[in-house]
Design a protein around this ligand. Structure first.
Ligand code: GUN
Length: 300
């Protein structure tokens, strides 16, 4: 039987509706409006497109939102000063500095200058540490891994005691999703294995997974025979493998392929995310969720 297709587009829309209500309620009860600033340095086309999407969503949810564009030749000290200004601004609950930053600016230094209580990307070492400790200590979750967990939970897939195999050990996806899924508690409590470029028998590990999360950045890496029948497969890969003419716009658009051979895998898996329309739409939504959480934490 063909797998259930997990639509990130639909689940993200559902979460945004929930957030919209929460934002309206917070405004009415406490007079607090979640505030998000996205800082863009330079005009990298992909980054412009990402921050535009983030601002559009923030606006739709009723946030107070600022798009702060800075020139590519901004001095590091001035960028640090800008971050500090927003750290001190009580109307701002979330600060996002869009990456990558131009050469000559120390990315780590800038990210570490963000107040951990406003670090809605969850890139600050303090928040990564809190995620490791888990429980009450954990506040924000990084957006893509948080989106993956929501996709799994909202699809009705049992996580407690499940064998979760993560392919990839990046700081943005692989490591944090492994941490999240191994925590004690709802939507987690799994037995987690992380495989990577140094692993032996990657296929055998994958085959043991009840939940297989692939974030390797290698198109079509996971073959159908690596998948346990009935498993839940989350494909985080978004690989540009060429271009095609869009019938809608008449312009050339990238052809995107995941890390999993989707057409074959969907005949074996129990549930699977498509690319595009799977994990992708969840990331911005979870950024909004973190900003709402930050605003909530600011209410005394
Ligand atoms: N650039 C690409 N993805 C991201 C992200 O999730 N956060 C930030 N700050 N920059 C990015």
């Amino acid at each position: 039987m063909a797998a259930k297709i997990i639509s990130g587009t639909e689940i993200a829309a559902q979460i945004r509706e929930e957030l919209k209500k929460e934002v309206a309620e917070m405004k009415e009860k406490h007079g607090v409006v979640p505030g998000l600033v996205t800082i863009l340095v330079g005009q990298n086309p992909a980054s412009v497109s990402y921050v535009t999407g983030k601002q559009k969503t923030a606006h739709e949810l009723g946030f107070y939102s600022i798009q702060d564009n800075q020139p590519a030749d901004i001095l590091e000290a001035d960028l640090l000063g800008l971050v500090d200004k927003y750290n001190k601004d009580p109307k701002i609950h979330g600060i996002l500095v869009q990456l990558p930053l131009p050469k000559g600016i120390n990315e780590k230094k800038v990210l570490n200058a963000i107040d951990p209580d406003k670090d809605v990307d969850c890139f600050h070492p303090v928040n990564v540490g809190r995620l490791v400790i888990g429980g009450e200590e954990a506040r924000f979750k990084p957006c893509t891994p948080a989106g993956i967990q929501e996709l799994i939970v909202r699809s009705g897939v049992e996580t407690s005691g499940a064998e979760v195999v993560v392919v990839g050990r990046s700081n943005i996806v692989g490591k944090p999703i492994a941490l999240i899924m191994m925590q004690k508690g709802k939507g987690a409590n799994s037995t987690v294995t992380v495989v990577h470029t140094g692993s032996k028998n990657m296929d055998q590990h994958c085959k043991s997974a009840d939940i297989l999360i692939v974030a390797a950045g290698v198109p079509g890496l996971v073959k159908p025979e690596w998948i346990k029948p009935g498993a839940c497969v989350i494909d985080v890969g978004v690989n540009r493998v060429g271009e095609k003419l869009s019938e809608k716009t008449g312009k050339m658009v990238p052809i995107l392929k995941g890390d999993v051979d989707f057409d074959a895998a969907k005949e074996i898996a129990g549930a699977i995310t498509p690319v595009p329309g799977g994990v992708g739409p969840m990331t911005i939504t979870m950024l909004m969720k973190n900003t709402v959480l930050s605003a909530k934490m600011s209410i005394k």
